[in-house]
Design a protein around this ligand. Structure first.
Ligand SMILES: [Mg+2]
Ligand SMILES: [Zn+2]
Length: 181
């Protein structure tokens, strides 16, 4: 079985600039590329992203699928391979679906599709629901303070604490590396 890193997208890899689906709004958070390059040496990388901009009418699912491909391609140019991008196009609470984080749906799917050892995998994100997402399957959860992380930090007291709170994805990566040594 393979171990994986399940990455939130907006606010974790790139700046969260609200609902968007075009390359001109894509901006890496400093250190993200370096972090992903380090992580992929030992882990399979996935992006798992709630994109309710579809349900809200900001962009279509077709546009989202196309943009997901563009993001993967931008990362590939940096030498980073994303195994798959899983997205929930739904609204979440108001519109019940199986796949909106913190639902474990996409983690179970990745396990099935790619033979992933979830308990020895990591989830990284800037929202408390990202932390809960990892906790559902016994993965290690890391909360980052980039994106909405600083803003939602106080809500962490409502859930089981994350395994680590990192300044950003790069610091999360350093912590993951230290767990193994
Ligand atoms: Mg986010
Ligand atoms: Zn969904």
């Amino acid at each position: 079985m393979k171990r994986a890193i399940f990455l939130d997208r907006d606010g974790t890899i790139n700046e969260d600039v609200g609902y968007f689906c075009t390359r001109d709004k894509w901006e890496y958070i400093p250190g993200s590329i370096e972090a992903l390059k380090i992580l992929q040496k030992d882990y399979v990388l996935f992006i798992v992203t709630n994109q309710s901009g579809v349900a809200r009418g900001f962009f279509t699912e077709e546009e989202l699928i196309k943009f997901n491909g563009e993001v993967e391609q931008m990362l590939r140019k940096e030498g980073i391979i994303i195994q798959k991008t899983y997205y929930c196009p739904h609204m979440g609470d108001e519109e019940h679906c199986n796949c909106h984080k913190p639902s474990r749906f996409f983690l179970d799917q990745a396990k099935k599709e790619f033979n992933i050892d979830l308990e020895n995998s990591f989830v990284i994100g800037d929202h408390p629901h990202d932390v809960e997402f990892g906790q559902q399957v016994g993965a290690t959860s890391i909360y980052v303070l980039t994106g909405h992380g600083e803003k939602h930090k106080d809500e962490l007291t409502d859930i089981d604490p994350p395994d680590f709170i990192a300044k950003n994805l790069y610091e999360a990566t350093m912590w993951i590396n230290n767990q193994r040594s």
